[in-house]
Write a protein that binds this ligand. Sequence first.
Ligand code: 1CP
Length: 398
Amino acid sequence: MSEADKQAEQPRTIEVPLLQSTLARLGIDKNSENWRQQVRALRQSKDQKFPVMKNDTLLRVIKREKIDHLPIWVMRQAGRYLPEFREVRKIWSFFELCDNPLLAAEVTLQPLERFPMDAGIIFSDILVVPKVMGMEVIMEEKRGPVFPQPLVEPSDLQKLSIPDPESLGDVYDALYLFRQAVEGKVTTIGFAGAPWTLMSYMIEGGGSKMFSKVKKWIFKWKEESKKLLSMISDVLIEYISKQIEGGAQIIQLFDSWAGELGHEDYWEFGLSYCVRVATEVKKRHPETPIIMFAKGNHSDMVFKHDCFDCVGIDYAWDLSLAAKYSQQYNKVIQGNLDPGVLLAEKDTIREKTRKMIDIVGVDRYIVNLGHGMWPEHDLEHLAVFVDETHKYSASKLK
Ligand SMILES: Cc1c2[nH]c(c1CCC(=O)O)Cc1[nH]c(c(CCC(=O)O)c1C)Cc1[nH]c(c(CCC(=O)O)c1C)Cc1[nH]c(c(CCC(=O)O)c1C)C2
């Protein structure tokens, strides 16, 4: 049966059991025709208030305040490894979830019902940004994201537009609902893809092995490439600022394809734009920390920039070196268990977790994977990672 047929068979009522009591408290009726307007009006209201934080461990680490355990969350925390997420995906397409604040908030809550994480990253995707800039994006079942009409040459830039920031209002509304729903028990994380990574998707038309098309752009059409990177950066500054105003308490920038560029080129076409985005966002929201995750070989460059409060370390990086830089540059680090370790025996997961904590120590550290969860991951194994992080770090903090 095709994806469309499967979807046609399911009742498409919006089931959000985890959000139920929050909606009741906020006075939102999900069955009313104007529930979207009701959520939006609350999010935009001047006297918007969020529940008091009961567990702000993650934010305390950033501020170097006292904690009783190390915080943990995992990238791709909401996703296909969760049976309840797969159930929702039988009824709704990927972007239908992203465009529906009730469903996006519900799906973000799902992993927190199972695991005592310290944060929730809002369910969305980095590719909602190219979408609102005028590009079509399709999520294909096995391949991932596909752009049927990628940017081929500089004249294609004319097809792009700078959107009204409110055209991504569904994301801010989802953040608002999620932060209301967790009642201060976890930190709310917003995110965006970095300019270089988004540009890569927009030109390659999807995931890539060689990155030959986007590399042709930056080396052959340097000025036009910079125009595109600037345009994306401008959109991101507004987008991230609005996420913070909607409820995000910390932001992660994902530069998933950073490692495809050499050192100097990554500065010129990658990190310098992230610095610009983070610096601008910080001018507007100095209190909101920013985590920079540059996957690949460039974390050393990230440490040197004041606009980043935390450096996300991928699994291939040397954690001891990251720990050294963390001291030298006075920065929090996040990472970096290889997602593959979650396929091992539980004892191995515990051992590797303890080792990471021994290397970094129990301050300046947010425990995470070194990249996202995989659909084949076992729920119990993730539970072991979370449990060992909390127990072992708590024993060291006593
Ligand atoms: C659950 C999910 C997401 N995106 C995709 C899926 C799986 C597809 C599905 O359910 O149909 C497709 C989806 N979206 C993307 C991919 C990667 C494809 C590729 O390798 O090119 C896939 C399969 C693009 C994407 N999307 C994202 C990145 C950066 C992180 C990384 O490096 O993996 C990237 C590169 C970020 C992302 N994507 C998502 C989140 C929120 C959920 C969470 O983390 O809990 C986040 C933060 C959600």
